[in-house]
Design a protein around this ligand. Structure first.
Ligand code: PAF
Length: 277
């Protein structure tokens, strides 16, 4: 596995290999089995698998969150190598942002709800870095985890806007044994919080049964009720159309319906989602 820090070296390495199908797995490091499932899918479908490891400052609307974000570059390299990754791209902030990126994208309604409301500027920062990575790597396929369900819709919108030719491949959420969605942020939870955090996905799973005999509004209220006490503090639970990400009022409104949650467990903000249909 090659470890590369410069865009020019990355492009030279790709040109030397001339692979027919280039796959990219963008990450912010602190890798876990969720990321590794993306790498494995990428290596099975592409001739070359490039993984990027870069904690992108422009997508953090909270400075403390950026400082706290876990960084484990050596362990990441070992995991990537054992998962069969061919090239890891680990640039510095100066390499990705030699000057401030002033681009403001019109990412449409999918970017305005949920995370868009609660983390202003977050998706613009995601679009900045992912577009830079797409320009640098020119991948045929790019792999993203469905835990960040809204992020995938926003990246599709960015790709349409910038007319970038790349296939966006969503990959299923990987869960811990407790059913907590795997996330780099889980390492920031105390042991007790991590145990309690499993309740989030358990409640979402149970809400599918509840939903069979209740309205959308009642289901949202029920989820809120189950997760209303400490250590939890809910930002939102929304039940949305799986494509437009706009709230649905009735279960018959769409044939693709997803519930999306953002909730603090102590000081750590977690997201997860569940498909109703
Ligand atoms: O999902 C993430 O880890 C990040 O948002 C991404 C896509 C790597 C961009 O920094």
């Amino acid at each position: 596995m090659q470890v590369i820090k410069k865009i020019s070296e990355l492009q030279a390495a790709l040109q030397a290999q001339k692979p027919a199908v280039v796959g990219l797995v963008p990450t912010m490091g602190a890798l876990h089995e969720g990321h590794l499932s993306l790498i494995k899918r990428c290596t099975s479908e592409c001739d070359v698998c490039v993984a990027s490891v870069f904690v992108n400052p422009t997508q953090f609307n909270d400075k403390g969150d950026l400082e706290r974000y876990p960084r484990t570059p050596e362990a990441d390299c070992q995991l990537l190598e054992s998962a069969g990754c061919d090239i890891v791209f680990m640039p510095t902030v100066e390499e990705m942002y030699p000057e401030p990126d002033t681009r403001v994208f019109d990412l449409g309604p999918v970017s305005e709800v949920m995370e868009g409301k609660y983390r202003p500027g977050h998706f613009n920062g995601v679009a900045q870095i992912v577009s830079k990575l797409f320009y640098a790597v020119q991948p045929d396929k790019a792999y993203f985890g469905e835990k960040d369900f809204q992020q995938i819709a926003v990246i599709r919108s960015m790709v349409d806007l910038l007319k970038i030719k790349v296939e966006i491949i969503p990959c299923p959420i990987v869960r811990e044994e407790s059913s907590l969605a795997k996330s780099s942020r889980n390492t920031l939870l105390t042991e007790l919080q991590r145990k309690k955090a499993a309740k989030i996905s358990q409640v979402l799973a149970k809400s599918c049964t509840f939903a069979m005999s209740h309205t959308v509004e009642e289901t949202i209220a029920w989820v809120g009720e189950q997760l209303k006490s400490r250590p939890f503090r809910m930002d939102y639970y929304e039940i949305v159309d799986g494509k437009s990400l706009q709230p649905v009022r009735n279960w018959s409104d769409s044939d693709s319906i997803v519930g999306c949650i953002a909730i603090y467990c102590g000081k750590i903000r977690l997201i997860d989602n569940i498909r109703y249909k």
